[in-house]
Design a protein around this ligand. Structure first.
Ligand SMILES: C[S@@+](CC[C@H](N)C(=O)[O-])C[C@H]1O[C@@H](n2cnc3c(N)ncnc32)[C@H](O)[C@@H]1O
Length: 263
């Protein structure tokens, strides 16, 4: 069973839209891997490892990718078709013909799988320098997608993660696992399309590019069994919170005192 460890992080509560919009938050380390191992092939970084460039995530969800990008870019804007509650982001359908075009150096996102092709095309229209898309490896196959995008506008680089990037619907599971392989695809808009894309591997990054406070900042949750001590403590806390709401009596037992201190 998946149990969420609640956090008071910057992001608001999860509200999964009724009709699925393919909301799969990106683990922060996977975005950092792009900035660390991939983008420096195309853009210069400052001594502090920053790019003096702007970036936009047009399908930002709860802001998991936008927040990580902000660690590297001088300004990051974000929007989504659904109001997940990532505070700076307006609600915008990126594929709407009248979608407001805000020019930005880089458009970087993890697009909904079935709309990936349309996202790439729209992103190439508004990016001043480049586009980076985090996609499942299956995105590279398919006659329709090949004719639609890859034949005339192949990416400059395919950067394959050597390890899995666990992504789950609706939440970032810190200790998640997955059977799906992912890669970053990068296009440079001012260059001639390459005859063939370059290919590289992104080295193991999950441990190296994770930060101790990520689970709190990015609203991470854990897949832990009900019997795990952390889950039992959370269940106790929930029960005592509920009871505290009902009763007006002062705490009476030692356990009450301990738990009251946590409320
Ligand atoms: C795979 S999630 C990526 C979320 C975020 N970029 C991240 O990596 O954590 C795809 C997101 O695309 C959004 N989306 C789907 N269709 C969209 C559209 N037409 N315009 C803008 N956002 C859209 C969904 O609401 C969802 O948040």
């Amino acid at each position: 069973m998946n149990a969420h460890i609640a956090s008071t992080a910057v992001m608001a509560r999860r509200i999964e839209p009724g009709d699925s919009l393919d909301f799969f938050p990106t683990p922060p380390w996977a975005t950092r891997a792009l900035c660390h191992h991939v983008l420096p092939r195309f853009e210069r970084r400052t001594a502090e490892g920053k790019f003096w460039l702007t970036a936009r995530d047009p399908a930002c969800g709860e802001g998991h990718m936008a927040l990580a990008l902000a660690e590297y870019f001088s300004a990051v804007s974000a929007s989504d078709i659904f109001p997940y509650g990532y505070s700076p982001s307006p609600t915008v359908d990126f594929l709407h013909p009248e979608c407001p075009f805000v020019r930005t150096d880089w458009v970087i996102t993890n697009p909904p799988f079935n709309l990936g092709g349309a996202f790439v095309k729209q992103a190439l229209r508004i990016a001043a320098r480049g586009v980076a898309m985090l996609v499942r490896m299956q995105f590279l196959e398919g006659e329709g997608r090949f004719a639609d995008i890859f034949r005339d506008t192949p990416p400059a680089l395919i950067a394959q993660f050597v390890e899995r990037v666990p992504m789950h619907r609706g939440r970032w599971v810190v200790n998640g696992t997955t059977a799906t392989a992912y890669a970053w695809l990068v296009w440079m808009v001012n260059d001639q399309p390459p005859v063939d894309p370059l290919f590289t591997w992104i080295p193991k990054s999950r441990r190296a590019l994770s930060k101790p406070d990520d689970w709190l900042r990015f609203s991470g949750c854990m897949d832990l069994p009900k019997e795990h001590a952390a889950m039992k403590a959370l269940a106790d806390l929930e029960r005592i919170r509920a009871e505290a709401g009902k009763r007006s009596r002062a705490p009476q037992t030692a356990a009450d005192f301990r738990m009251e201190a946590l409320l």
